[in-house]
Design a protein. Structure first.
Length: 193
């Protein structure tokens, strides 16, 4: 226990699994606090049941160029998640379109190949155009998306996860929130000091 400048304020450092009991001068227990041990195995099982981890390496110059092209404040992880969602949506739309075309027998095989070629060229031009747009938009300040405030149920889940040993940064990533918002709530709840 270290006394700070004010003799009535003390700072304690607690390791996972330790218990703190505060007693008054008369010996009566004022408060008892126990920091739970982290259950790493439970965290991993939960992560594996909810998420799929992607790990890949990118050439350093390419990675740096990619990160330079990202709008300020956007993390590569967020960009990757958006791309996965977009790819799934586009793939489902293409399959639906192809099914309709097959059912209607409107196109023969050669014209379908021509359309696919045109679509490939169009996609390539869109990618090039988007790249130029990203570079030109870097001069402009990106617009921030404002998420609705978290509901009480989500805040309670934050507290539970923090009490189970997850750091605030990991909790923010799991729920797609800013780490500052999570820390602020945990501080207001008296869990994080």
């Amino acid at each position: 226990m270290e006394k700070q400048g004010n003799p009535s304020i003390m700072e304690l450092t607690v390791k996972a699994g330790e218990t703190i009991i505060l007693k008054g001068e008369d010996g009566a227990t004022i408060s008892e606090v126990k920091k739970p041990k982290r259950n790493i195995q439970k965290e991993r099982e939960w992560e594996q049941s909810k998420y799929h981890r992607f790990t890949f390496l990118v050439d350093k110059p390419q990675a740096q160029r990619f990160m330079d092209l990202l709008p300020d404040g956007k993390r590569p992880l967020d960009w990757f998640r958006e791309q996965v969602s977009s790819y799934i949506d586009n793939t489902l739309n293409v399959k639906t379109d192809n099914t309709l075309n097959d059912n209607n027998n409107a196109l023969n095989e050669n014209s379908a190949q021509d359309i696919d070629t045109l679509n490939d060229i169009d996609s390539t031009l869109n990618v090039i155009n988007n790249t130029f747009n990203v570079e030109s938009n870097l001069k402009e300040k990106p617009k921030r998306t404002v998420k609705p405030p978290p509901k009480q149920e989500e805040k309670e889940q934050w507290e539970t996860e923090y009490n189970n040993g997850l750091p605030a940064k990991r909790i923010a990533e799991m729920f797609g929130r800013d780490v500052r918002a999570v820390k602020k709530h945990l501080e207001q709840a008296g869990i994080l000091s």
